[in-house]
Design a protein around this ligand. Structure first.
Ligand code: PLP
Length: 430
């Protein structure tokens, strides 16, 4: 077999012949290289990448500090397995996350490889600690594609399809959504109903939620809702898990999404932007909870791989040197202002949501009924790509466009992205 497959057309054709169709690809282009906020396809066309491997590249593609850290680690060793021999980059990363998540409180970590695995482990830990079976997750939440991950996920197609039976003892509560008139109070009442009709609170091991639902449409849980959840979980001895896989590492303008609500979760899951593109995930949590499993109960051959730990430590160094949290807020505000200006000309832009650099537009067929316009969103994504901007969709109805730019992006690139998005919207009306 040749080392490369030839021109981009033949690669695209072979993709359909040899790659399972269940692995969808949002944009029909073949990547050839990437740097910072840009990605080039095989034909040499340059795109502004506002997807970043789905929220993985808060510091952009191929950050030189990450590349150097991985190269240096590669020269020492690439894998020994932490369950066999410990290594410093893993331990240092755990110490740093402890200080970032809960300064001075002695939180501990376990590292895995994917986000779904981190979620699985967080639930294992919560069940092991409480000795209870139940888990409450939220409608519209996304927690991964493994059996427990998809069972926790609160979206049917395409994640659950006919993949059941699902893991038992998982219950879904509605998540607040101000735009559609569902308040924090409504959501709290619904939780009470779950306790009275489906599972008693003292049989619930964990409540897991994303502080801002990512795949569910960039919906932020109001602080009062997070605070009420914290109170309720403490009262009933339930472990509160924040899934920070998409919201972590500055994406919301704070290091973690839960920090907007002034609460302290018991466990958090991290992945994606932790390591600038290298695969690593983790659970960070209160020592007495995370230490419930006995030695051997947690881990995985590749969990906390040394190259990924080196990359993650480099990412945290970058956060220490560059003011990315402030930048995240500035980026979000600039994007929001640009999108608000576009909304004046485009009534189909129903709501613009922004928290830090997490920015999204919900497209509707009618501003009054707020009925989802998912067909339009697909056309918007295609038109934006034609203009040179890569974005993807989200939302239970797939009618939301999400913007996930690097946090070290230039002002010019943000302006360019807004220009491209505006031209894309206009082109659909021509
Ligand atoms: N949890 C959240 C909040 C996510 O956004 C994702 C991925 O999009 C996952 C879990 C699953 O992560 P992975 O795809 O790495 O398994």
């Amino acid at each position: 077999m040749n080392k490369t497959l030839g021109d981009s057309q033949s690669v695209a054709a072979m993709r359909n012949t040899f790659v399972a169709r269940g692995v969808a690809t949002a944009h029909p282009i073949i990547a050839s290289r990437a740097a910072g906020a840009y990605l080039w396809d095989e034909a040499g066309r340059k795109y502004l990448d506002f997807v970043g491997g789905i929220g993985v590249l808060n510091i952009g593609h191929n950050h030189p500090a990450v590349v150097a850290a991985v190269q240096e680690q590669l020269e020492s060793f690439s894998h020994v397995c932490f369950q066999v021999v410990a290594y410093e980059p893993y331990i240092r990363l755990a110490a740093r996350l402890s200080e970032l998540v809960a300064p001075g409180q002695g939180y501990k970590s376990v590292f895995l490889t994917t986000g779904a695995e981190a979620v699985e482990n967080a639930i294992k830990i919560a069940r092991g600690y409480t000795n209870r079976p139940g888990v409450i997750a939220f409608r519209g939440g996304f927690h991964g594609r493994t059996l427990l991950g998809m069972s926790l996920t609160g979206m049917s197609a395409p994640y659950k399809q006919n993949f059941g039976p699902f893991a038992p003892d998982v219950y879904h509560a509605p998540y607040p959504n101000a735009y559609h008139g569902f308040t924090s109070d409504d959501a709290l009442k619904a939780l009470d109903t779950i306790f009275s009709t489906q599972i008693q609170a003292d049989r619930v091991a964990a409540i897991i939620l994303e502080p801002v639902q990512g795949d569910g449409g960039f919906l932020a849980a109001p602080p009062e809702f997070m605070q009420a959840l914290r109170e309720l979980t403490t009262k009933h001895g339930i472990v509160l898990i924040c899934d920070e896989i998409q919201t972590g590492f500055g994406r919301t303008g704070k290091m973690f999404g839960f920090q907007h609500s002034d609460i302290q979760p018991d466990l958090i899951t991290v992945a994606k932007s932790l390591a600038g593109g290298l695969p690593i995930s983790g659970v960070v949590g209160r020592a007495e909870i995370i230490d419930a499993p006995t030695p051997g109960g947690l881990g995985g051959t590749y969990g906390g791989n040394p190259l990924a730990c080196a990359a993650a430590n480099a990412v945290l160094d970058i956060f220490e040197c560059e003011n990315l949290l402030e930048r995240s807020r500035e980026i979000g505000e600039k994007l929001r202002a640009g999108l608000e200006a576009l909304k004046e000309k485009h009534v189909e832009m129903g709501e613009i949501r922004q928290i830090g650099a997490m920015v999204a537009v919900e497209f509707v067929t009618d501003a009054q009924t707020k009925a989802p316009d998912s067909a339009l969103v697909q056309r918007v994504l295609d038109a934006a790509r034609e203009e040179g901007l890569l974005v993807i969709k989200c939302g239970v109805d797939r009618n939301v466009v999400r913007f996930l730019s690097p946090l070290n992006i230039s002002e010019q690139d943000i302006s360019d992205a807004l220009g491209m998005f505006g031209r894309a919207l206009k082109s659909l009306k021509a």
